[in-house]
Ligand binder design. Structure first.
Ligand SMILES: Nc1ncnc2c1ncn2[C@@H]1O[C@H](COP(=O)(O)OP(=O)(O)O)[C@@H](O)[C@H]1O
Ligand SMILES: [Mg+2]
Length: 211
């Protein structure tokens, strides 16, 4: 189970990663966008930390994350990640701990939120290219009988592979799509921040001895 404490730790770890990778994410965005993704994510997660509620309801925590991101992050990423956390919050409303099945629902509703807001598909060089593989790897690992932490480990590896697989893609959604062919040979910034978000979920679970 992942407790509300694991979830809070996850969000704090994500904020640390966004701070530490602010320059890296911005550099990636400088190549195919407008050089603000690192600043957007760091500013957003700083706002999230200020709004993190002391609540045992995982849905309430995720909703607070969503609201902070929507209100503080301009550009594409704020509404996208905001909707992602809002969908997850709705799916997990009232739960004080997440079973392995609930975590699968967290990932599935996250994918649904991004699709709902951004109308992209796999292969368009976006957030979805690391998020969809993460959800699928988690689902497969769980179906094969793996424990929660092992499922998250599989999801993290899949997110990383998905992130790297955006390098040869041509962007057809978002700002990078204006570049057409010239968006090729660059790693997508949003797929990269999503990898960090999945990785920190795994770390929060494994360091917090989730069972
Ligand atoms: N329609 C979309 N669906 C999913 N992700 C998207 C979409 N459009 C853009 N993105 C993601 O947003 C990232 C850019 O975020 P950011 O730089 O913060 O916003 P902006 O493009 O407005 O400057 C891209 O790298 C891409 O992964
Ligand atoms: Mg940008």
């Amino acid at each position: 189970m992942l407790t509300s404490e694991h979830i809070t730790t996850w969000i704090r770890k994500s904020a640390d990663e966004m701070r530490d990778n602010r320059g890296y994410l911005t550099e990636l965005d400088a190549a195919i966008g407008d050089a603000d993704h690192g600043n957007n994510m760091d500013r957003g997660y700083k706002a999230v930390l200020e709004k993190l509620p002391d609540d045992n309801d995982v849905g309430a925590i995720l909703k607070a994350v969503a609201m902070a991101l929507i209100s503080k992050v301009g550009g594409a990423a704020g509404p996208l990640y905001g909707t992602m956390f809002l969908q997850a919050a709705n799916a997990l409303k009232g739960k004080e701990a997440l079973s392995s099945e609930d975590v699968e629902l967290l990932l599935k509703s996250s994918v649904d939120g991004i699709v709902m807001r951004g109308k992209a598909h796999a292969g368009e060089k976006t957030i979805l290219d690391s998020l969809i593989p993460a959800h699928e790897a988690y689902k497969e690992a769980r179906a094969a009988g793996a424990e929660l932490i092992a499922c998250l480990d599989a999801a993290t590896h899949a997110a990383e592979e998905g992130m790297k697989a955006t390098i040869p893609m041509i962007a057809t959604k978002g700002r990078a799509s204006y570049l057409g062919e010239r968006s090729r040979d660059h790693q997508d910034p949003g797929a990269t921040s999503t990898y960090l978000i999945i990785k920190t979920l795994y770390e929060a679970a494994s360091e917090g001895d989730a069972t």
